[in-house]
Design a protein around this ligand. Structure first.
Ligand code: ZN
Length: 217
């Protein structure tokens, strides 16, 4: 196994998940420089202004190497980043005392899943759940393919664009539960809000949310 690992390292030398430079004998996933220089949200980690969501936490701001990293994660098959992001998210929710009974995620559409081969928020949710020893449950289905939220600027138009797009298929997994809803990036919070509304209507006791990164206001 060790020999296999070294061979893989030769073929695909491990790179920092953020700046993408080669890692030489450094801690796994993130280089020393990025560990110190990542745009951390710190005192601005938690938002409480998203309707239907108690609190939404994100450890990083969506800029520079974080944006590049999330882009590789979503569009270039860098699925190994899920474990690295999960550690950052867990530390952030712990620091901000967010707890839950189970973990769920904002799903991509079937069409997107077919094209990409994976659902990035699901992978992240599964890693977080595994590290925390909590159940990871599928609660939502994206039933309509909509315009990409990132292409729409107006907050009202973003809210309209996600209306009726998701459905809760698993009310038994939701009823009476304190859920943690995972997404990759929080921008205006329109998608999270719409998903949380559906989960609350299906009987969730509460919905908190967490993401890897948020926009700086
Ligand atoms: Zn780095």
């Amino acid at each position: 196994m060790k020999a296999f690992r070294s061979m893989l390292d030769l073929l695909y030398p491990p790179k920092c998940a953020f700046c993408h430079r080669l890692l030489r004998g450094e801690t796994v996933g993130i280089c020393r420089k990025c560990r110190e220089a990542l745009p951390r949200t710190g005192a601005f980690a938690v938002r409480t202004d998203i309707r239907h969501i108690d609190r939404c936490a994100a450890p990083l701001f969506y800029e520079k190497t974080v944006r590049d990293s999330l882009h590789r994660y979503k569009f270039s098959q860098c699925v190994g980043y899920a474990g690295i992001y999960a550690e950052l998210v867990l530390k952030c929710i712990d620091e901000n005392q967010i707890s839950c009974d189970s973990i769920t995620w904002v799903p991509v559409s079937r069409r997107r899943l077919r094209l990409r081969g994976y659902d990035q928020s699901r992978l992240l949710a599964e890693e977080i759940a595994k590290k925390r020893g909590l159940p990871c449950v599928k609660t939502l289905e994206k039933v309509r393919h909509n315009r990409q939220q990132s292409l729409i600027r107006d907050p009202k138009a973003r809210r309209e664009n996600v209306k009726g797009v998701y459905r809760c298929d698993e009310p038994e997994a939701v009823r009476g539960k304190r859920l943690l809803l995972i997404d990759d990036i929080v921008t205006t919070g329109a998608t999270l809000s719409e998903c949380a509304k559906i989960l609350c209507e299906a009987g969730a006791a509460s919905v908190s949310a967490a993401a890897v990164a948020r926009r700086r206001d």
